[in-house]
Write a protein that binds this ligand. Structure first.
Ligand code: SF4
Ligand code: MG
Length: 324
């Protein structure tokens, strides 16, 4: 395994009390593999990724347990300086909002070139040439001219390509993309996602793709981990999930995807809202919203049951769910 997160716990102190943002998350990703982490906002998917990257805001965020094993060592035990080196060269993150991640007053070429001068000790001239190559690689037309332009001179989709170029610059072993296409138009979304998937395959990187949209992961992910209230509620190969979900929450997410053959029909949406992380319901955290809930769900927290060798579900009634 390239990356293995084991039993991770993260808490935040808030005015309402302790928010338990991540409650025992375990997942892994191999080189050349894409893991999609799916869930509504507040499910803990971004916080888990930030803990992996070592960019959790401290305070208020605090890792209270677990391990993050990356290429054989536990990142949580490294000193901040070593951590920074790993973050710079071996893992990279792509965020939703390129405009706020890029420096507005430095040309994109200079920002890309800086990756090579700072981390690889290249001359400015060589670094510039590499910047143009990278822009070509993420298919920005007329890279040689556009390398001198500033972030605001690019469209949203092109800016997101620049973010991908920045993340790829040092050929990291792992990329974490947090809602990389959420801010884009649907057609541009598909193009950017395709590009990211293609480069990931070519470079045999591990990719963790964080999204709230099950619709975008079908073609690119190998596995899906579904998060709810800071836990993984279902983890499975992507085709298993599409064939038949083994958790009612996954089923709700699947039924919320717009389908071409159902045009005009009202979409099923999961009723209610995700719980506050300071007041997670007892038993199964999903029970207030679950159409299959019964008494035991209100008192007994479901473990991650083994559905198959490669699949787990945190639902007492996963068999029932699976059989639809
Ligand atoms: Fe629903 Fe109960 Fe399964 Fe939770 S354990 S998802 S409440 S059926
Ligand atoms: Mg988020």
């Amino acid at each position: 395994m390239l990356l293995e997160v084991r039993d991770l716990h993260v808490e935040f102190r808030t005015r309402d009390g302790i928010a338990r943002a991540v409650n025992g998350v375990s997942y892994g990703v191999d080189a050349g593999e894409t893991l999609a982490v799916l869930g509504e906002s507040g499910s803990g998917k971004s916080v888990t990724a930030q803990a992996v990257m070592g960019i959790l805001d401290i305070p208020p965020g605090r890792i209270t347990g677990g391990e993050v094993i990356f290429q054989g060592r536990d990142l949580l035990k490294l000193k901040e300086e070593e951590r920074r080196r790993v973050r710079g060269a071996e893992m990279a993150m792509i965020f939703q909002d390129a405009l706020s991640s890029l420096n507005p007053v430095i040309s994109v070429g200079d920002q890309l070139a800086e990756m090579f001068t700072v981390h690889r000790g290249m001359s400015r001239k060589d670094a510039r040439a590499r910047a143009v190559e990278l822009m070509d690689r993420v298919r920005i037309p007329a890279a040689r001219e556009r390398v001198r332009q500033y972030p605001h001179q690019f469209s949203g989709g092109m800016r997101q390509r620049i973010m991908i170029a920045m993340a790829l610059a040092l050929e990291p072993a792992l990329i974490i993309a947090d809602e990389p296409t959420t801010a884009l138009d649907v057609t541009v979304q598909a193009q950017v996602m395709e590009l990211l998937a293609e480069l990931q395959r070519e470079l045999r990187m591990g990719l963790i793709l964080i999204t709230h949209d099950l619709g975008v992961v079908a073609d690119v992910a190998d596995r899906i981990a579904v998060m709810y209230a800071g836990r993984i509620v279902e983890s499975a190969p992507v085709h298993d999930i599409y064939k038949a979900p083994a958790h009612p929450y996954t089923r709700g997410l699947l039924d919320s995807i717009p389908r071409l053959d159902q045009k005009g029909q009202e979409l099923y949406a999961i009723k209610g809202l995700p719980p506050s992380l300071t007041h997670i319901p007892p038993g199964c955290a999903f029970h207030p919203r679950c159409p299959l809930a019964r008494d035991v769900c209100r008192t007994d927290e479901p473990p991650l049951y083994e559905v198959s060798a490669t699949r787990g579900s945190a639902c007492h009634f996963w068999r029932e769910c699976l059989n639809g």
